[in-house]
Design a protein around this ligand. Sequence first.
Ligand code: ADP
Ligand code: MG
Length: 261
Amino acid sequence: LEEQLRQSQKMESIGTFAGGIAHDFNNILTAIVGYGTMALLQSAEDDPRRDAIDQMLRAAEKAAHLTKDLLLFCRKQVSQKSTVDINEIIRTTSTFLKRIIGEDVECRVSLHAEPMPVSADPHQLEQVLMNFATNARDAMEAGGIFTITTEPTRFDEQFISIHGYGRPGGYVLITVSDTGSGMDKTTQEHIFDPFFTTKEVGKGTGLGLAVVYGIVKDHDGFINVYSEPGKGTTFRIYLPQLSASIQEGPTEPERFQVRGT
Ligand code: ADP
Ligand code: MG
């Protein structure tokens, strides 16, 4: 629980601070890209300075990418929750996920036969899946297997996960795994920290899993990570399952009344 508090306080303070900077930075970058493009357009084909301007624009583009991630992370996205079937979300996103992980990686999707309703923001869940796919791709440069499965599960008692206490009840378990590079214990401890990245500048922002963490927490869920260097990584994401009775909540008493009178 202490870990969870530490994490969310860190996210809060960094979020407020970085959000302001990211916003100003975005305006500055717009100017750099704008004037840079103008300089490029006004220069002659054989101008030796074109290469330098080109490099400058490319660097500015990388910075813009980082800023975009930063804004996404800082903006307290207000989630628009509705009753959604996790399986359906994965099904509709899978084409896109396949495109992210590329052709060298085999993508296996195995969904539970029954619909699995949760109260969630579908766009945020897509964002979660995309972040996992992006990391899996980066971890499997020489190819491998990317797997997503869903299944229902139950916790009959209160339990402790790495992100605090979990409420007992029915959960939807989404398992996302790859056969990539894996992580050592020290890396695993920091993966949800904003700006923690082991990737080179321009490739990683260290915000992907911080965003994932924020979204899953906002959905009253939690994540566990299992990883072994050289073998691969498995993330288990648990989201509280909506039971059929909750889903039909408003209609149930009415029906009862009609029958009763
Ligand atoms: P980024 O991808 O920009 O580095 P993330 O927050 O998405 O930021 O991930 C943080 C770090 O966690 C990564 O730099 C990497 O070291 C590690 N990581 C995340 N997912 C995986 C994975 N599937 N396999 C191996 N390492 C991973
Ligand atoms: Mg990432």
